[in-house]
Design a protein around this ligand. Structure first.
Ligand SMILES: N[C@@H](CCC(=O)N[C@@H](CS)C(=O)NCC(=O)O)C(=O)O
Length: 285
């Protein structure tokens, strides 16, 4: 019979969690929408203006939000520039033809290619890097057809083993792959809820000897759907006590919209919001 904390961690692994979206700030919503639709072939999924709080959001991605990961852009009235910092890595887009996507980026007026298509250093997968108008990086990765082209959120961390254990315990994720690239002095770990080519995963990067990164004020958080924010928060509580990080918002309904959420930061300070999945689906309607 599992004890209290074992039962919580076991439940957390069985919970049907799903990566919902990444939230970040941009200086001009329409400019970014134009860039992602023209360069990457994303769709504008929804837009909302919240004048009372002086911000607007746009959601972009490759398919409906009940099945696909999305990018939630936030525009704060009057703020046209943010610091991205050193810790945020990139979002990745899987495409069957990196050259073609790189050409689309080059012919657009708002994005640029910062690394030409070719095999990844230390490997064989064809990649390229594009930079959007706010400075966010997108890795373009060549792979076969996939149900989820928006395939990675890459964050740099200071202690990979600690982070892997944290994401396994706090979020019930599986370690899908780990790769050490000693010639370029880094190790990466892919964590998520399904195979890398089927769903969006978190890619954690450890650069040898680097234990801290600046975070800037541009990238905000990842949202993850769960069947029970209260039980999920119990697992987060256990993980933070053992490994660091902190619960920022105890589980409960948000005033006004009643969606149940909880939020926390991981041991490196990366923020995650847990969202009651049934409430999330209601919001989409
Ligand atoms: N120092 C790198 C380590 C991670 C890394 O190099 N990742 C690979 C992709 S998995 C990459 O960006 N390679 C660059 C290239 O091949 O040009 C960082 O922090 O971004």
């Amino acid at each position: 019979m599992a004890t209290g904390s074992e039962a919580v961690l076991e439940w957390n692994k069985q919970d049907k969690k799903r990566m919902l979206h990444a939230v970040y700030r941009v200086g001009d919503l329409d400019r970014t929408i134009k860039c992602y639709t023209e360069c990457f072939g994303m769709k504008l999924l929804r837009k909302r203006d919240v004048p009372a709080e002086k911000y607007s959001n746009a959601f972009l991605g490759f398919g409906p939000e009940d099945k696909n990961f999305a990018l939630e852009l936030t525009y704060n009235y009057g703020v046209d520039k943010y610091e991205i910092g050193e810790g945020f890595g990139h979002f990745a887009i899987a495409t069957e033809d990196v050259n073609k996507m790189a050409e689309a980026v080059k012919s657009s007026c708002c994005c640029k290619i910062t690394r030409e298509p070719g095999p990844v250093k230390g490997g064989s997968t064809v990649i390229a890097f594009a930079q959007d108008p706010d400075g966010y990086m997108f890795e373009l990765i060549q792979r076969g057809p996939t149900p989820e082209p928006l395939c990675q959120v890459m964050l740099r961390v200071g202690d990979l083993e600690r982070s892997i254990t944290f994401y396994e315990k706090a979020l019930g994720m599986r370690l899908l792959r780990k790769k050490d690239v000693p010639e370029y002095k880094y190790t990466i770990a892919m964590l998520g809820y399904d195979d890398e080519d089927k769903t969006t995963v978190i890619e954690l990067t450890y650069n040898y000897g680097v234990t801290e990164y600046s975070k800037g004020n541009a990238y905000a958080q990842i949202a993850i759907g769960t069947d029970d924010v209260y039980k999920s928060a119990e697992a987060v509580d256990l993980a933070t006590k053992e490994l660091g990080g902190k619960i920022l918002r105890q589980p409960g309904p948000l005033p006004g919209i009643n969606t149940k959420i909880a939020s926390f930061v991981d041991p490196d300070g990366w923020k995650v919001v847990l969202v009651d999945y049934a409430d999330f689906l209601k919001e989409l309607q």
